[in-house]
Structure formats: C-alpha cells, structure tokens
Design a protein around this ligand. Sequence first.
Ligand code: IPE
Ligand code: IPE
Ligand code: MG
Length: 246
Amino acid sequence: MAADCTEPGCVPRHVAIVMDGNGRWARQRFLPRFVGHEQGMQTLLRVLDACAGRGVRYLTVFAFSSENWKRPEEEVSGIMGLVLAGVAKYLRKLASEGVRIRVVGDRAGIAPKLRAAWDEAERSTVHNTRIELTVAFNYGGRWDIVQACRQAVADGLAPEQIDEAALAARMALAFAPDPDLFIRTGGELRVSNFLLWQTAYAEFYFSDCLWPDFGSAEVDAALAAYAQRERRFGGVRPASVAPQGA
Ligand code: IPE
Ligand code: IPE
Ligand code: MG
C-alpha cells in the first residue's frame, strides 16, 4: 500500500461524512423520524469502528447543521436529547477504544448541559490516538469561514497578513489535514454547507444508501472507490510529466 494517502491505492487519512437519510429511513418503516436518528447513532458507532479498522486517522461527521434549526421543534429537541444520552452511554466505551472526540460548530445557543457533556467528551479522550472523531454540530461551512475571519481580526492581523494559511489556522478543523474523501449518504448530490473551505480538493463519493443502512461493506465500497481516484491538486498526471532531459 502506498505510504502517502493521496496516492492511488491508499487509504484516506481523513474521511468526512454527511450522514443523511435518517428521516426517510424511518418514514419507509412508518416510524417517527426520531427513530431514524436513533438508528443513525448506531450507524455512526459502526462506521467509526470500520474506519478505525481500515486505518483512517480522522473521521468528521455532520450531525446537525446551522440550518437544521428550521426543523420542527420536536425533532430538534429529540436530536439534542439523543446526543446528550449518546455521550452518557458511549463515552466510556469510545474512550477505552482509543477514540479522540472533538465537537466543532457554534456552541452559542446549545444547552449548557450538552456543552458540558461535550467538554467532558473532549477532555476525557484528549490523549487518545487510534482515530479522531469530530462531530460537526450546529456547524456550517460559511459559519466556519466567518468565525475564522473574526478570529483573525480579534488577533490583530492586518489585512496583508490575512492569507490562506492565516485563515486555515483558525478554521474549526485546523488540527486535521483537509478531508481526502467526502461521503454523502441518502442520495442527495449536494454539500449542504458542510466543509466548504476544507473540501477544496476532497474526492466526493455519493451513496444512495440511507445513513441507518450504512455499514462496513459501504465503507469498504467508498474506500475502494477512493483508491481508484487519481488526485492531481491542479497539477499534471505523473505519467505525463516529461522525463528529465527529454
Ligand atoms: C440526517 O438525516 C440527520 C440530520 C440532519 C440531523 P435527515 O433527518 O436529514 O434525513 P432525511 O434527509 O430527512 O431522510
Ligand atoms: C445535511 O443534511 C446536514 C446533516 C446531515 C447534519 P440535510 O438533510 O440537513 O440537508 P438538506 O436539507 O437535504 O440539504
Ligand atoms: Mg436530510
């Protein structure tokens, strides 16, 4: 296997996933949407395990977008409760499995109880290195760019000091390399304001599979598709580079 995760045939270092399709999964079964979200949480644990087992270093998942507040109050509060219960139920297990947890997104407007649970999740897994799970919650790609700009201003940067590196260092995922592979489940072919800045050169993979049905076989299919891609980052195909002296 190639050493560099951008080489053909390799495992992506960083996988980002828009976990979509919970509501439709529930509707197909005449169940409330909440049940789809519950099932979606189980899927996340499964997919995390599969990714860690395949050598993925960073898994970043979209759990609640800046725009998801537009949903009915009942669904929003159901999701909040589910996440809170999920931390209580699974934190110990994840911590003992070597998972480092981070939550990114706008914490303003999130209930203090949930914020405290996240702080605890982050604190208690800070030394873990097997895989880094980042949960994007009340996150939006545009929010991220704006908060990085604000931070640059607050840090006293002059306009000529604001460049790509200065903003990248202030983005919510500054600790991680940019995602190599961007997966969206649920059949929609859009980004929905996920990692706008960070996906400049990500490889995209769209699956019709609804998130609660996603599993290790689907992870393997996505990784296999990624392994076939030839990433160029605006350069030329290696084979078409003229040999030296030609
Ligand atoms: C994604 O599933 C989970 C969240 C946005 C919280 P959806 O709830 O969007 O499911 P669909 O797209 O309605 O099927
Ligand atoms: C994106 O899914 C957000 C998450 C998965 C958390 P949505 O279901 O909110 O996206 P749209 O509304 O179909 O674009
Ligand atoms: Mg959706």
